[in-house]
Design a protein around this ligand. Structure first.
Ligand code: A2P
Length: 315
């Protein structure tokens, strides 16, 4: 499996198992299956509501002895309601307890958006906290503390635009090591990738397959289907692979990590095997031509002008 490297040289496998939208009942077997077929990178988050089930899987696999804790790279994310400096450590402790781990390999600030601590998902202005009330630098500084205490080996952000990265970097002691964002052939985000590369920030792509299993409320009408794109179907035919595998190989060509979600054994394996595909430059150029800046996760669910949240991606 192709690896990328953090600034200190630590490796991360490019293909990880995504767990957003995985039911707790299914995710345990999915993680066990993934580790069996060779995944060594699991992506989790507190808000996905399934970290305890992932923890059961990890415990079962690690106690069998063949795969050790240090062999697996595990990511989790700080939810929006724990941005206050004093809430950051307890949030990670809860995640570590659920995952049955002593440390996390990578901890990400999930969104550049803050909620009141007692609110899981803000829907009204008084449930948000503005970035004047809790500046991102306050949250980030607390995350730096997690790293200096060894509870998080690496720290980073998610859903940060170039504008937000620049603003944060101008104030921080240590620059984020990862930015996890939506990426796929209809949303190439070339400028963001080049900014991250210039600043030694690794990038992970989420929703690489279009996240068709999102809740209906998160879907727009007439969304494109990545598997049905003619140029993806043509590449799949040429390489003798599935469309999903081409969609994943796209990220490896671009030096990004990618975290396809599946809870089905066959697809978990199929997605892992995309790691063996090297797309030719001309095929990538063809795929790249069809970028249209289309987001499946459009971010409007965090619009709250009264609290200064508008256009979370600064587009
Ligand atoms: P399932 O979990 O039933 O396998 P994303 O990673 O972009 O969020 O997309 C996840 C969606 O894609 C899920 O509905 C998942 O279904 C489906 N999926 C995952 N792997 C494949 C694959 N190899 N072929 C087709 N669909 C897949």
């Amino acid at each position: 499996m192709k690896k990328l490297h953090f600034r200190n040289g630590d490796p991360i496998d490019t293909i990880g198992l995504g767990t957003w939208k995985s039911d707790p009942e299914d995710v345990k077997n999915a993680v066990i299956r993934a580790l069996e077929v060779g995944y060594r990178h699991i992506d989790a988050a507190a808000i996905y509501g399934n970290e305890a089930a992932i923890g059961e899987a990890l415990k079962q696999v690690f106690s069998a002895g063949e795969i050790k804790r240090e062999d697996v790279f595990i990511t989790s994310k700080l939810w929006n309601n724990a941005h206050k400096a004093s809430d950051v450590l307890p949030a990670l402790q809860k995640t570590l307890s659920d995952l049955q781990l002593d440390y996390i390999d990578l901890y990400l600030m999930h969104w550049p958006v803050a909620f009141r601590p007692d609110v899981v998902f803000a829907t009204k202005p008084d449930e948000y906290l503005s970035l004047d009330e809790i500046p991102l630098i306050e949250t980030w500084t607390a995350m730096e503390g997690l790293k200096s205490h060894g509870l998080a080996k690496h720290i980073g952000v998610s859903n940060f635009s170039v504008t937000k990265l620049k603003a944060l970097i101008s104030k921080v002691k240590s620059v984020p090591e990862m930015n996890q964002v939506e990426l796929h052939p209809l949303l190439a985000q070339d400028q963001l990738l080049s900014y991250c590369s210039d600043n030694d920030i690794l990038v992970t792509g989420y929703s690489p397959l279009g996240s068709t299993d999102r809740a209906p409320a998160m879907k727009a009408e007439n969304e494109p289907n990545l598997f049905e794109l003619e140029h993806i179907k043509a590449a799949a035919y040429k390489y003798g692979k599935t469309g999903a595998q081409i969609l994943l190989a796209y990220h490896l060509f671009r030096e990004c990590c990618v975290i396809p979600k599946s809870t089905h054994a066959g697809r978990i394996q199929q997605n892992f095997e995309a790691g063996n595909i090297s797309l030719e430059h001309s095929d990538m150029m063809e795929i790249a031509q069809h970028d249209r800046g289309f987001r499946f996760v459009n971010g409007t669910f965090f619009d709250c002008p009264e609290k200064g949240y508008n256009n979370v991606y600064d587009e």
